[in-house]
Structure formats: structure tokens, C-alpha cells
Design a protein around this ligand. Sequence first.
Ligand code: ZN
Length: 443
Amino acid sequence: MTLFRGSFLDTPDNPFSGGALRADSDHALLVEDGVITARGPYAELRGCHPGEEVLDLTGGLVLPGFVDTHVHFPQARVIGALGLPLLDWLERCALPEEARMAERSYAATVAADFVRGLASAGTTSALVFGAHFSPAVDALFTEAARVGLRVTSGLVVSDRRLRPELHTTPERAHGESLALAARWHGVGRSRYAVIPRFSLSCSDELLAACAAVVDEVPGAMVTSHVNENPREISAVGQLFEGSSYVETYARNGLVGPSTVLAHNVHPTDPELRLLAELDAGVAHCPTSNAALGSGLFPMARHLARGVRVALGSDVGAGTGFSLLKEGLQAYFGQQLLGELGHPLTAAHLLHLATAAGAEALGTADQVGDLSVGKRFDAQWLCPAEGSALEVGLAHAEEPAEALARAFALGTPADVRAVWVDGDLMDPGRADKEPDEPLAAVAG
Ligand SMILES: [Zn+2]
């Protein structure tokens, strides 16, 4: 057992339905076999457990681990290609790199960069777009398991309009998906996701093959893209004879409570109704939407219809792995929408980056906040002395102000340590970070 001591911030009560930020200074969490078994003021809990090891995380903020609901593993090395709209960016930047995933050894080195990028940014759970090649997806699962990341991922499938080497057939997609699921679904912290790339690159036959995999793999998730860019949306409408973008998935049985669709920047009202009815989640990816000029996310319309929303980094169109940055950009976007936007507080941002993500991934009973009974998936934000964030935190008058400063100024460099199930994640930063800050403090 370990007593984690620090200032803990989380959102067990949804701020979008009236809940407040929970902020407890000089508190402690008792963690036993990865589960939080007690929580209270440090002095009190220490008194009850005088013999337990103490990990002192005072001097920063302890937050739940982030849950990234949309991120592409093969794009870890192409972040930052600015200045193109979606379809041109795919053709010129993303797809050439995705084709390189055919080589397993290359994919394995990218998987290491990718998992390290997520873990270093405080992300402990992720719904990941895999690659178009089975061995590359296998490499991703292998690396995530090595580092300890909770990963839900799978084979990305397409059978038209990308590049020939990225195309498959419904039969091959079905067989390869089942083989990967048999190897990884429910093994350790890994789960399988069925991933048609987007309707633009998937025939009805391929989408039906995806649905068959969902039927054959109980507990599998489904993820794809929707309504990102007007040119893309109109091309999908033409291919599917006027079906709405959401319908192209729904009519093939791919939209339900275990579905997360990324973007949805330009939904129609009937599409929002359908998503709410089928209880699907939407991954809002604000830096990607801004970088590709896709548009400003209509969060208020989603919330008004009861559509669940969480955050995704959408690396590599997104501009980095940090959900602090995505939270800030989400806030900017809603501000820029004026009266049509949903005003966001720091508590909203934390909720979107943690508990809302856990809900989207169907793991809210285990992670997303730091309540008794939850797994200890957490991150310690502890900025370097003299940094703008350190100054900001030192002079914050209340926890919500400190949290807002963390979103405004925080970067992966401020994430000192990350735990999953109470175990320290080690994404290979050991040579860069001294061990002393994490040394257990006796007494
Ligand atoms: Zn994406």
C-alpha cells in the first residue's frame, strides 16, 4: 500500500450538469493493488496508516490521468504540417507516412515515439487509430503493454480513394481484425476497436464487414471520423446517395454506446438527434480543427441534444499530445463562437480531458476521477522552478484559478510523473528525469 500525498483536483460530479470542481489540498489517497481504498486529509489518513510508504507530491497539482479519445499512432512523426485543409493534408502529409507502416520494424520505432508522447503528456488511456497493416497494430499494442498505457485500438480499414497499398477487402479486413482481437482484446489493459477510416474511403461492404467484427468481439469499441470538413462531407453525400454522414455508419450497425466519432464540426440537427438516440460519443479535437481550418466545434448544440463529448488530440493533424493544450484550444473555440459557444471553465476542461473521456471509452467505473474505488490513474503536474506555470500556481488564490493556469501554461514538460493502476509509467524518460522527486519519503 502507498499513501499519495498532495493537492488533488478532479471532477467526479459533471460540471456540465451543475457539478463543481473537487479540490483537496494536503490530502492523501491510500492506494492498494492499484485501487484507491481511502481518501482524506493527509494528517488524518497518516494517523490511521502510520506504517505505510508515503509518496510526497506536494508542490504541484495531482490530476486524474488524461483520456485521449482520438489520436493516430502512425502520425506521431508528422505533427506540425500546417497550412493545408483536410483532404490535401491527408494526401501530402499523413498517408505517405501511413504507408511506411507496412514495414513492422519502422512501425515499432514509431510506436515507441507515440506511446512515449502520450505517457509524457499525462495521458493514461487512449482510443487510438491504429495502422492499415496488422503487424504495425501489433507493434503498437506491444509497446503500449510494455509502458503500461491503457490502449483501445485496432486495424484501420479502407477499400477506396486512399492509396492502393492502404486498401484492403472486406474479407481480409474481417479476418485480420479478428486475428488481432484474439491476440489483444481484453489482454492486460488492451482492448480492440473496429476502425473504418472514414466513409469516404469505405464501401458499404467494408462497413458491413466491420459490423461483423463488432458482433464477433464482445466489448469491442468502434471509432471513425465524421463531419470534419465541408468538401469531405459533400463527397461522402455523393458516394452514399444523399445519406447523412452519421447514417453511413448507423445504417451499417456501427453507431452505439461503444462508438466514438471524431470531429463532428458540421453536423445537421437530425444527425445530432441520431447520435443522442444511439448514445454514441463524439471526440472533439480542437487544435486539429483549427490547424486544418475545419471549423469551430458546435459544443452547445451537442450538449443541448444530449450528445456525449470528450477530448481528442488528433495527432498528427492536432498539434501535440497534451490535453492541456486541447483543453485551452477548446476554450478558445467556444469563446470565438460568441453567443453560439458554450462558456468553459477550468473544471469543464478537466472534465472533458478525464471523466468525459472515460465515459466515452466505457471505463468510467474504473478511471476518470480519483474517488475511492477507482484505479489510481493519475499525473503529477509539477513545473520547474521559476517557470511561468510555477509562478502562476504559487500565486493562484484558489484551486480553480490554479487549474486554469495549468491549462493556459502547462506542457508535457510540467508532467513530472504518471501512474496507471498505481504503477509509475516509464515511457523511457528515466535518463532525463532524476529519480529523487519520486523517492518515497518515510515517516
Ligand atoms: Zn483523426
